[in-house]
Each structure stands twice: as structure tokens, then as C-alpha cells.
Design a protein around this ligand. Structure first.
Ligand code: EPZ
Length: 428
């Protein structure tokens, strides 16, 4: 198992390119299950979670062709091109062994029931950040006429033909919206999803489905309408840039007093994050697919509250806790999406941060400096916050269990090295 060694104190500077979005790529790969024709995806990030999803689809009988080799670009490799051909789909099962490593596997449920009339999908267990049930996915498919039972840890779903329905989710759920939207594409009649997630990844999925022949309107709003069609066809789709990876590098630059340009991205999906970064005192300019951040010598602490898009994303909360830990002043941070998403706080305290947790609220008092230490990554975004803190801390920080990072950040150590960071990956 690898660990990262970071020697802090370098101001990050230079230019790197941003990868395709993990949280767009995962549902998009599942959308290929909806058609017998090949679907090609470009700008696919090289991540462990993508590898897991491709293994999952391949064991269902999906033919996976990967070009594997992207061109070298500033601070990393260009995304991969992957073609999926689900004409030979013959095993509508998502086994526990694969699902336990990646909750997003639940995204095969809707497409499998819609395309084959049946699915057996292992229930994803809880994870470090919360219980994360999938009751809304099941409720929605049941409303569309699927018969669903949960036995021996598996969701068994069957339907001779899904029917359009009016769906209302009790809370805004991103993968819930994506699963139901995909299922509705092949249902008879119209489906309306109310209280739908508005995340840009939902829109990227809808755009690809429409290119496959689906009839969808309202993606990006909280009411999505899907008119079912008998079949979908193949297409080629470029995965959108990763807004959370973008936000993470902006935070790393801000925390180190840096000056960086991120290319192959977009500020369009990051209003709430860019707003907060400007409140910390950063200068941010944007062009078409470039974001340039110039940080002040010392940041100002910012309070925030996470909420569904377009509000401040929960996937950026940990990175901002690292920023607030070294900023001038203090901040109140409220996490409203997941019930256990402050695991990084105790590790940041090991680096000398001043943080008090009270339920879903964190009170952070900024300090002029942090000190290097050995810390442990507990989940994907928590590990990103430890990297940011390590880049600022005096001396060396050693981060263990970085497999969490590899699930969602492509070539992170190469990209940070390209920005001048003293960082190396070593065998633990
Ligand atoms: C997606 O998870 C993302 N994952 C998460 O990113 C992200 O944190 C989350 O949306 C919120 O933005 C992917 O897209 C693969 P939810 P998802 O369903 O869809 C509750 C990362 O770091 N809920 O929107 O699983 C749930 O427990 C990851 O990249 C139910 O109760 O999140 C949570 O409290 C982490 N029942 C809330 O809703 C349900 O059936 C929102 O969860 C569904 C959800």
C-alpha cells in the first residue's frame, strides 16, 4: 500500500490540465447498457473507480475496448478513449465483491431493469461519510412498475416493461436521479422526476442519452421529463471536466499562496466555490476552459454550508477546512448532506489545526502555521484535504492509505510536482 510524503512550504505555480469527471464518467459508462450499439467515451479519467466499473460491465457481457494511451499534456496525460458494446449483455448481476469497493455500482440497476427486464445488484453497504441508503432508487423503480425485493444483501428487480410515472424523491439525490432518468428512457410513456438533482454531471448524462436518441427535457432543473422510446442507439460522448478536481487544485494553490492556471476545465460549474475563494482574498480570472488563480500572502477564513447544486458542494468541504485551518480569522462550516463527513478534522488536528466539531458543524480557528506529521486518509475528499494541509505544513507530512485518493484523482502527485510541490509516492 502506497503513502505520500510531502514537504510543505512551496508556493504552487505553473499550469496543469484537468481530467474528465469521475462523477460524470461513472453513470455515463452505465448508460451504455441501455443500447445494443457501441458507445464511445473520450476524456475518460484513469481512476481506480473507472477500472472497477469497467470490470463490473465486462462481467455482464459488455465488450470493453480501451485505447489506454492519451497524449502527454502539461502535468498529466490526456484522458482515455473507451468504447463499450453491450450487444452481448448476458449477465444482469452486480456482485458484492465489486459493489463493496464502489457504491456507484448501484447505477447499473436502472439501465439493467430497463434493458433486460431484470437485475440482481448487491446493496452497497455504508461508507466512511454516511449510511447512504438507496431507498429512493428502489422507490422510484417500484413506482415505474418494477417488482423489487431485497434478499441476502441483493436487490432483485424485475419488470416485463417499465411504465412512465410521476416520481418525487424525498431528498435531492444525484445517483438516484441518474438511475431513474436512465430507466425512464426505455419506459412506456412519460416519467417526471420532481426534486431532481441539478448537478452538472446529471446534465452531462442527459446530453449523452439525448445523443443516443432519448427524449429528455429539464435536465439541470429540479423537474426532469423523460418520454420513453422503444430503443436507443450508439453515439460518441466527451466526458465533462472534473469540477471537484478543479476546485481541489484551486484550494491547493490558494493555501500555498500560489499562482496557477488550470486548463481543460470550466468555471461554469464552480460558481459557489470560486465565490468562496474570492472571499478568501484570491484573484481569479477565467477564460473559455481556463481558470487562473493568484493567492494573497495570507487567506481570510470563510464560513460555508454545503447543499445540493448550485449551492456549495459537499465534495469541496474538506478541502476548504484545510484552507480555513491556515487562514486569518475563524470559520463556521455546516455539512448538510452527509452525517459523518468530518473524519478529516481529527487528522488535520494532528497537523496542528484548531478545529471543534459539534454535530454537523465545524468551528475552525486559523493558525499561522501547521507542522508535518503522519496522518491517515479515510475517504476520497478527506485525503485531498490532508494533501493540501501537507503542502502548507512545516516539515514532512506522511499520508497513509492513499488508495482513497487514487479512486478520484488522476496522477495527483505528477500534477502537483508539475506545480513545484515536493511530493513523492512511496511503498508503505
Ligand atoms: C453523489 O453521491 C456523488 N457520487 C458524491 O461524490 C457526492 O458527495 C454526492 O452525490 C452529493 O453531491 C457520485 O456521483 C458517484 P446522494 P450519491 O444520493 O448520489 C441520502 C465523491 O467524493 N440518500 O445525492 O450517492 C444520502 O444518504 C462522492 O466523489 C438517501 O437517504 O449522493 C445523502 O445523505 C462522495 N436515500 C443524501 O441523500 C437515497 O436513496 C444525498 O446523497 C439516496 C440518497
Amino acid at each position: 500500500m502506497d503513502k505520500l510524503l510531502i514537504t510543505g512550504g512551496t508556493r504552487l505555480s505553473g499550469e496543469i490540465s484537468i481530467s474528465g469527471a469521475k462523477n460524470a464518467a461513472l453513470p455515463l459508462l452505465c448508460a451504455a447498457l441501455l443500447t445494443k450499439e457501441p458507445v464511445t467515451f473520450t476524456n475518460v479519467p484513469r481512476l481506480n473507480d473507472i477500472g472497477t466499473m469497467l470490470k463490473l460491465l465486462a462481467q455482464m457481457g459488455v465488450k470493453v475496448s480501451r485505447d489506454g494511451h492519451g497524449a502527454a499534456t502539461g502535468g498529466g496525460l490526456a484522458g482515455e478513449t473507451i468504447t463499450l458494446d453491450a450487444s452481448g449483455l448476458n449477465n444482469a448481476v452486480a456482485p458484492y465483491e465489486l459493489v463493496k469497493t464502489m457504491r456507484a455500482s448501484i447505477l447499473v440497476l436502472g439501465p439493467l431493469v430497463a434493458r433486460t427486464g431484470e437485475a440482481r445488484v448487491s446493496l452497497p453497504g455504508g461508507c466512511a461519510i454516511g449510511a447512504r441508503p438507496v431507498d429512493q432508487h428502489i422507490k422510484g423503480l417500484t413506482a415505474m412498475g418494477a417488482t423489487i425485493t431485497v434478499e441476502h444483501g441483493y436487490v432483485h428487480a424485475s419488470a416485463s416493461q417499465l411504465k412512465g410515472a410521476r416520481l418525487f424523491t424525498d431528498m435531492v439525490t444525484v445517483t438516484g436521479t441518474e438511475n431513474l432518468m436512465m430507466a425512464a428512457c426505455l419506459a412506456v410513456g412519460e416519467t417526471v422526476i420532481e426534486n431532481a438533482a441539478r448537478e452538472p454531471e446529471v446534465v452531462d448524462l442527459a446530453n449523452c442519452l439525448v445523443a443516443m436518441g432519448a427524449r429528455i427535457s429539464g435536465a439541470g432543473s429540479d423537474v426532469i421529463r423523460i418520454q420513453g422510446v422503444p430503443a436507443l442507439h450508439g453515439t460518441s460522448h466527451r466526458i465533462m471536466p472534473d469540477r471537484i478536481e478543479t476546485g481541489t487544485y484551486l484550494c491547493a494553490a490558494a493555501a500555498t499562496g500560489g499562482d496557477v492556471r488550470l486548463t481543460g476545465t470550466s468555471s461554469a460549474y464552480l460558481d459557489a466555490v470560486i465565490d468562496k475563494l474570492m472571499d478568501t482574498g484570491c484573484e481569479i480570472t477565467t477564460e473559455r476552459d481556463v481558470i487562473h488563480l493568484k493567492a494573497p500572502a495570507r487567506l481570510t477564513a470563510v464560513s460555508l454550508r454545503t447543499a445540493p447544486y448550485p449551492a456549495f458542494p459537499t465534495d469541496m468541504q474538506a478541502q476548504f477546512m484545510a484552507i480555513n485551518a491556515v487562514a486569518e480569522g475563524s470559520a463556521v462550516m455546516r455539512e448538510t448532506i452527509f452525517e459523518n463527513r468530518f473524519m478529516h478534522a481529527v487528522e488535520l488536528i494532528r497537523l496542528g489545526a484548531q478545529i471543534k466539531i459539534d454535530g454537523n458543524v465545524a468551528f475552525v480557528t486559523g493558525r499561522a502555521a501547521l507542522e508535518g506529521a503522519t496522518v491517515m486518509a479515510t475517504d476520497l475528499r478527506a485525503s485531498a484535504s490532508l494533501v493540501i494541509a501537507g503542502l502548507v505544513a512545516q516539515g514532512e507530512t506522511s499520508i497513509e492509505r492513499i488508495y482513497h485518493l487514487d479512486r478520484g484523482y488522476e496522477n495527483l502527485d505528477q500534477k502537483l510536482t508539475a506545480l513545484g510541490a515536493k511530493i513523492q509516492r512511496v511503498k508503505a
